[in-house]
Design a protein around this ligand. Structure first.
Ligand code: HEM
Length: 155
């Protein structure tokens, strides 16, 4: 029962984090760029991220917590898991560190620049966030492909 809960929380966290990045990058970004002038667009992104990132903090806590729970309670430690879980763990930590950098550096500066109406600076920070999200979204898609595909090759 507890293993079922752990895998469910793990997969839900991965789905919502990576799905949220996909929606922001692939859907909202081009629409906001074509429909809104700079100040409105930058305010929109600061507000969107302010709502999305508390959820991402929850996901980046749940992913390693539930993942290591499964590793140690179900598989008896890192020696008992296949290559796909090793890759997932390594790339997962890269994704989490990249997210923390995004949160504490460009996102904090974006919020400050929007509050003080420094639109050029805000646009620079948003551009950095866009590049970082592109990297993390790509990593997330790779991790999900590796995690699910890897089940076919458990050794
Ligand atoms: C950070 C450390 C992580 C650890 C220790 C970890 C560990 C695990 C383990 C042990 C499983 C169960 C594997 C199985 O039973 O075959 C699993 C499944 C899974 N993980 Fe992770 N994981 C981590 C991060 C991530 C991240 C960042 C993502 C995606 C963004 C992710 C996506 C998935 C998915 C989609 C599955 C389900 C695979 C399936 O059942 O087909 N994991 N993970």
């Amino acid at each position: 029962m507890i293993h079922t809960l752990a895998i469910a929380l793990h997969v839900l966290s991965a789905t919502l984090w990576v799905g949220g990045m996909f929606f922001a990058y692939q859907i909202l970004r081009p629409v906001a760029a074509s429909e809104l002038e700079a100040p409105q667009r930058l305010r929109l992104w600061a507000a969107v991220f302010s709502r999305f990132f508390p959820w991402v903090w929850l996901f980046v806590l749940l992913l390693p917590a539930s993942g290591y729970w499964l590793v140690f309670q179900l598989y008896g430690g890192m020696g008992g898991v296949g290559l796909s879980v090793h890759l997932m763990q390594g790339l997962g930590w890269v994704m989490i560190l990249i997210y923390m950098h995004l949160f504490f550096a460009p996102f904090r500066r974006l919020k400050e620049a929007v509050i003080t109406e420094q639109w050029q600076d805000a646009a620079r920070q948003l551009n950095q966030i866009r590049q970082i999200v592109a990297v993390n979204l790509s990593l997330g898609l790779i991790v999900i492909a590796v995690a699910t595909g890897g089940r076919l090759y458990p050794g």
